[in-house]
Design a protein around this ligand. Structure first.
Ligand SMILES: NC(=[NH2+])NCCC[C@H](N)C(=O)O
Length: 268
């Protein structure tokens, strides 16, 4: 099943995220994408914080809609154009309940493993993995179809980590290498007997001199070439049951050009 969900409220003000999602949708030009309508609850500059999460009501309303759609349709696979990273709690928890021991590959500059009380920004897109572990805001647990275990998480391109996130990463068995080593990643997944994968792709994992039309720009990322090689290696060794492309902000098809090979690999 193909989903278009331009959620931006998880990024606080979320400037450019909804329009950026539309640019990707227009590029793919495929009527199979089903749109999840955004909440009309005021958000961003007029947003309200609850449980130390900005735009809480807007986010939970539309995520519940997304979850219901999956429960009704029971898709075997999911490809999502986002949107901010907070939306991942729905597809990842859904697929994890269908495919136990799902490997989650988190291509991202950020760890997205904050607890609401630890997050300096209070933006939910910095919290999805903590929520998926069942350690987030308890009121959001109804949005989860399952919870994941820490050993299922594998980062690629991670380099901007909050101090409290670092404590959580180091406390457990969470794969977070300083530098991408594709063979080591493949071996790690095989050793854990992981067969099915979810590929989360926030474009801010990329080296900004390769692509910088993203909500955050963090130096020293993975190159476009490296990330293509990594996705191809994962696709050839494992069964990919879900993928996402997130947080690109360009309005222009020309500017999107450098990342279209990644979009093609993950969304076609
Ligand atoms: N999905 C993202 N872009 N996450 C960025 C999170 C940045 C920071 N760690 C925060 O919690 O606010």
């Amino acid at each position: 099943m193909k989903i278009y969900f331009p959620q931006w409220q998880g990024a606080g003000i979320g400037e450019g995220i909804e329009a950026g999602a539309k640019t990707v949708l227009d590029y793919l030009d495929n009527p199979e994408f089903i749109a999840i309508p955004l909440s009309t609850v005021p958000a961003g500059a007029n947003g309200v914080q609850k449980h130390q999460i900005n735009n809480y009501d807007a986010i939970t309303e539309q995520l519940a809609r997304f979850k219901k759609q999956l429960e009704q349709k029971q898709p075997k696979t999911l490809q999502t154009i986002g949107g901010d990273c907070g939306l991942e709690i729905v597809p990842v928890s859904y697929l994890n309940q269908k495919y136990p021991n799902l490997g989650v590959i988190w291509f991202d500059a950020h760890a997205d493993i904050n607890k609401p009380c630890d997050s300096a920004s209070c933006n939910f897109h910095g919290m999805p993995l903590r929520t998926l572990l069942g350690e987030g805001e308890p009121a959001m647990n109804t949005l989860l179809s399952s919870t994941i275990e820490q050993h299922q998480i594998h980062y690629v391109g991670l380099r901007d980590i909050d101090a409290t996130e670092k404590i959580r990463l180091d406390a457990g068995n969470i794969y977070h290498p300083k530098k991408l080593n594709i063979q080591e990643l493949l071996d790690t997944l095989s050793r854990k007997r992981i067969t099915h994968l979810y590929l989360h792709f926030d474009f801010d994992c990329l080296e900004p001199t390769d692509y910088d039309k993203t909500y955050y720009r963090v130096p020293d990322g993975v190159t476009i070439k490296e990330s293509i090689a990594c996705i191809e290696a994962l696709q050839s060794h494992f069964t990919i049951v879900g993928s996402s492309v997130l947080e690109s902000t360009t309005l222009s098809q020309d500017e999107l050009q450098p990342i279209t090979p990644i979009i093609n690999l993950l969304m076609k």
